[in-house]
Design a protein around this ligand. Structure first.
Ligand code: SAH
Length: 348
């Protein structure tokens, strides 16, 4: 089957076999990528129009008990200057974000034991009471079922936990032995069963990754059917064991975004910061390939340069009215519109 026929099949049936995904990935041409992006763009417009949802990212803490080999805030990185935000600081980020028009707050951080269920539940109740029209997304890594349930009961709406790679042996090359693919998947299934809107996702171009792993990632998304899917290029961080590996590609990431849009038409699909870091118009390219979400950073300026999961992390300063205005202009220049909205998934 040719690339064009596979694109048509994906657009109409919303599923392919692993071999077919692999074929698409191995026979990527400029023309094919354009056709794919065009089809993805059309599908997204039918469901979400030209709306781009924004989420305010608040990076709570860069303390982490884990040691992911790719990540700059891994436990073993001695040169990482650690910080954690207080409840007051987090609430003041929300206040600023709300004023600017954010209606989703994403609380992300390393796996930091300081953030107990009691602390987080208090914080969640506070945020939801103050901003009942906002959604709260958590991205705090692996926790127990009891903890996920308590956080959900306290008002958390969504949870982001990328599966990182769908191949267990590849997973074990990116993480120390204590962290396993099966634990990660167990968490994702638990989150879904509790009732969270769940986001998974993977890195593109991570060390040792081939098209075989990427085809598996696509199969996992097809089977798991998450509400969101965060994908971004791997970017080396100088104080990690993967410092000398090359970064993933913007083109390949955009190609995958288009595939994901056709696979799950109403998927919430961010054009990630990592895309914008590798290329000044990377996120715009992501939107034009089918993405419909952008997650600007609302963290206080003083801690921002410490949350270095990878080098050169881009910031659009959208936590300021001026910065957000510039982002809005960039997005409207390509024919889309940033809206003030919780940005829930639209049912189809
Ligand atoms: N501790 C949380 C949040 C992790 S940071 C968790 O476990 O979910 C969010 C995402 O950043 C990770 O899921 C990973 O996919 C991505 N990331 C980490 N290091 C990266 C790197 N060097 N390049 C690109 N993406 C990276």
């Amino acid at each position: 089957m040719t690339q064009q026929l596979l694109i048509e099949k994906l657009a109409s049936e919303h599923r392919l076999s692993e071999e077919e995904y692999r074929y698409l990935l191995e026979h990527q041409t400029e023309e094919g990528a354009k056709a794919l992006a065009g089809a993805a763009d059309q599908v997204r417009k039918q469901i979400y129009g030209n709306k781009v949802y924004i989420r305010g990212l608040i990076e709570l803490s860069n303390y982490c008990k884990n040691d992911c080999l790719y990540c700059g805030i891994r436990k073993s990185n001695r040169s990482c200057e650690r910080y954690r935000l207080s409840a007051e600081e987090i609430l003041s980020c929300c206040k600023n974000g709300y004023r600017l028009g954010f209606r989703t707050f994403v609380l992300q951080g390393g796996e930091d034991a300081f953030f107990t269920d009691a602390f987080l539940c208090d914080l969640l109740r506070h945020i939801k009471q103050t901003y009942p029209d906002c959604a709260v997304t958590l991205s705090l890594g692996e926790r127990s079922e009891k903890s996920y349930q308590a956080l959900f009961d306290a008002g958390a709406d969504r949870y982001l936990l990328r599966h990182e790679t769908a191949d267990a042996s590849h997973y074990s090359r990116l993480h120390p032995p204590q962290q396993t693919f099966s634990d990660r998947m167990h968490c994702l299934k638990t989150l879904k069963a509790i009732g969270y809107q769940v986001g998974s996702g993977f890195m593109v171009g991570s060390p040792f990754q081939t098209t075989a792993e990427l085809a598996k990632d696509l199969m996992l998304i097809q089977e798991f059917q998450p509400d969101m899917c965060g994908i971004g290029p791997f970017i080396p961080q100088k104080d990690t064991p993967f410092a000398d590996f090359p970064a993933g590609s913007v083109t390949q990431t955009c190609y995958l975004l288009s595939i994901l849009r056709l696979m799950i038409p109403n998927l919430l699909l961010p054009a990630t910061t990592a895309l914008g870091t590798l290329k000044s118009d990377g996120r715009e390219q992501g939107i034009l390939s089918g993405a419909n979400v952008i997650m600007p950073n609302l963290s206080p300026n003083a801690v921002r340069k410490k949350y270095i999961i990878y080098d050169g992390k881009h910031s659009d300063r959208a936590e300021t009215a001026e910065g957000l205005e510039i982002l809005k202009q960039k997005i409207s220049a390509i024919g889309y519109c940033i809206v003030t909205d919780r940005g829930d998934k639209i049912a189809i």
